[in-house]
Design a binder for this molecule. Structure first.
Ligand code: ADP
Ligand code: TRP
Length: 316
């Protein structure tokens, strides 16, 4: 029996934080290591272009994300690791989807509505974001897409788009399933809001010890309670509830001690990741070679699927 196909992607928009890791990246590693899937891990650089419009920065972020992927344990020997922009079938299929998709439908997307509510200028690329993401997924006959809770709607858009295409042009695409880890679906930041690069409330995934101390010391502790919720919510990612109960029971109201305990646990968790990344970053040429190899493997599959699509719509 052939393995199920898994694909996921991350936008190269800067250093990842532990929210990205527990919400999305860790699942990618766990699923890869389960041995049950044929895995594709993508660097979504064309999605990032909506945000990053400086060549040097984007080039840098692409390599950095490849390093992040490998440091957390994605393994180019077992998985296909590639850059979206290296496989032109993605943008080509996105155009085809644009042609069967209506504006009102895309206007219902959370990301679009949020941007509009904030009176932000919205690029056409941001508006069409769900169609490029649908192409990313549907080109590979994907079964499973591990993502964070906030990406759920994008998977629904992908499924709808596959269905719509199949209804118009005949059975072509397989409908993918989202894979959302329930317990840690939203990781909270140092201020108690959702951890996000845009809120400046993050703990970087590859933080130095100094950065860990700085972030933890900045955690907002609401005075009054015995258990500082914002400290606890981060701590629970690293230890079981039982272990935490004894630590927090022994140190009721002692915010400084509880923060120090969190610092040690974070450093214990981050240190090996940080060291592996440092090692990998000494050989950037090898990282580039891995991405080139990944792109050529992804292309074989994506191009074959696109050819079927082109036949089905009548341009080939
Ligand atoms: P950010 O909000 O920091 O810009 P992204 O939007 O780039 O993060 O998210 C990248 C991935 O990480 C997505 O799959 C998203 O679901 C996941 N993710 C981001 N922040 C969190 C969080 N606080 N908790 C859980 N998952 C998250
Ligand atoms: N939109 C995803 C995010 O912001 C990134 C992404 C792009 C993706 N294409 C994908 C994730 C395909 C899963 C599958 O996190």
């Amino acid at each position: 029996m052939s393995k199920k196909i898994l694909l996921s992607g991350v936008k190269p928009t800067g250093a990842p934080h532990i929210g990205n890791y527990f919400g999305a990246m860790k699942q990618m590693v766990d699923l890869q290591n389960s041995g049950n899937y044929d895995c594709y891990f993508m660097i979504a650089d064309y999605h990032a272009l909506n945000l990053i419009q400086n060549a040097e920065t984007l080039r840098d972020y692409n390599i950095n994300l490849a390093l992040d992927y490998m440091a957390i344990g994605l393994d180019p020997k077992n998985s296909t690791i590639f850059k979206q922009s290296d496989v032109s079938a993605h943008t080509e299929l996105a155009w085809i989807f644009d042609s069967i998709t209506t504006m009102p439908y895309l206007m219902r997307a959370h990301a679009f509505k949020d941007a509009e509510a904030k009176d932000k200028e919205i690029s056409v690329g941001t508006f069409n974001y769900p169609m490029l993401m649908a192409a990313d997924i549907l080109l590979y006959d994907v079964d499973t897409v591990p993502v964070g809770q906030d990406q759920k709607q994008h998977i629904e858009y992908t499924r709808d788009t596959a269905q719509k295409f199949n209804n118009i042009f005949g059975e072509t695409f397989k409908l993918p399933e989202p894979f959302i880890m329930k317990e840690v679906s939203v990781v909270s930041g140092t201020d108690g809001q959702k951890m996000s690069k845009s809120y400046k409330n993050t703990i970087p995934l590859f933080a130095s010890r100094e950065e860990i101390i700085k972030s933890v010391m900045s955690i907002v502790t609401d005075s009054g309670g015995d258990i500082p919720a914002n400290v606890y919510n981060i701590h629970k990612l690293l230890r079981s509830e039982d272990e935490l109960k004894s630590i927090y029971d022994q140190n009721k109201g002692k915010y400084k001690i509880l923060k120090e305990s969190l610092i040690e646990d974070l450093d214990l968790f981050i240190k090996p990741l940080r060291e592996k990344r440092e090692e990998l970053s000494k050989n950037v040429d090898e990282i580039k070679a891995i991405l080139a190899d990944g792109a050529s493997r992804a292309k074989v599959r994506a191009d074959a699927k696109l050819l079927t699509v082109k036949k089905n719509i009548g341009v080939n």
